[in-house]
Design a protein. Structure first.
Length: 260
């Protein structure tokens, strides 16, 4: 049954491409600089973090602005996918009620558009790392696509759950803003995992984003391939969440039309 559903979603790939294209084009529609904001946004963030953490709140971590930046861009992709994706079914409710298509197309297209935006932001990351003369070792960089795909699977799994639940509980899209903010502070984005007291570090390891952020940082900031246990933990959590998200979405989507 699952294989048949995947084939059906694949048959609607043109619809996914169309929705992704529409989202990317519409994001900066009407602005003077348009698509350039995809690159300017991370650059402005980098400038702010450089000023704050190099001048005002000095950190003991070498080049803290880079330490933070290489983790922040993946985190923004994840949090935006979850918080914005929660309303992707509601935003297209007229289409859901009027025509048939696999409902999974909506969260897939939303997360994919956010993923493409992250990939474009990585151009800025690589440029900054090159300017700062941080080495990008081939063995480490080869692991980067795998980490990205794992994060994509994790984001898609959670987005599928949240988008389905939000159809029934409309307050969820507002609650998620608070939850993702708390989640960010419980993920080693702004600090190193080693700074977490050992007695509670185990609980941080249960956070799926801990392993993913650690993998990004090892590849881009430390210039080394992630540890096997980090990759394995990230992969397992990504697969589990995607499977769970798929199962929940399949169960809840049966009554979407009645609830919308």
């Amino acid at each position: 049954m699952m294989t048949g559903r995947i084939k059906e979603i694949y048959a609607y790939r043109e619809m996914i491409f169309s929705l992704v294209k529409r989202d990317l084009k519409g994001r900066y529609k009407g602005s003077a600089l348009g698509f350039l904001w995809t690159f300017l946004n991370p650059l402005f963030q980098l400038a702010v973090y450089t000023m704050v953490f190099s001048v005002i709140m000095r950190s003991d971590i070498k080049d803290y602005y880079l330490f933070l930046f290489v983790a922040l861009i993946p985190w923004i992709f994840f949090s935006t996918s979850v918080t914005g994706g929660a309303s992707c079914i509601l935003a297209q409710q007229d289409m859901v009620k009027k025509i048939y298509f696999p409902r999974e197309v909506l969260p897939v297209s939303y997360v994919t558009s956010q993923f493409i935006n992250m990939l474009l932001s990585f151009i800025v990351i690589f440029a900054v790392l090159a300017f700062a003369r941080y080495p990008l070792r081939p063995r480490a960089v080869l692991c980067l696509p795998a980490v990205m795909l794992v994060e994509y699977g994790l984001a898609l799994g959670i987005t599928m759950v949240m988008s389905a639940v939000t159809v029934y509980l409309r307050d969820m899209e507002y609650v998620l803003g608070i939850l993702t903010m708390a989640w960010q502070f419980l993920t080693p984005v702004m600090y190193a995992l080693e700074q977490v007291p050992e007695k509670v570090r185990f609980f941080f390891s249960l956070n799926p984003m801990t392993h993913i952020i650690s993998a990004y940082r090892e590849i881009l900031y430390y210039g080394k391939a992630p540890r096997l246990e980090t990759l394995l933990s990230a992969f397992l959590t990504g697969v589990i969440m995607l499977a769970a998200g798929w199962a929940v979405f399949q169960r809840l989507q049966r009554h979407f039309v009645e609830e919308l």
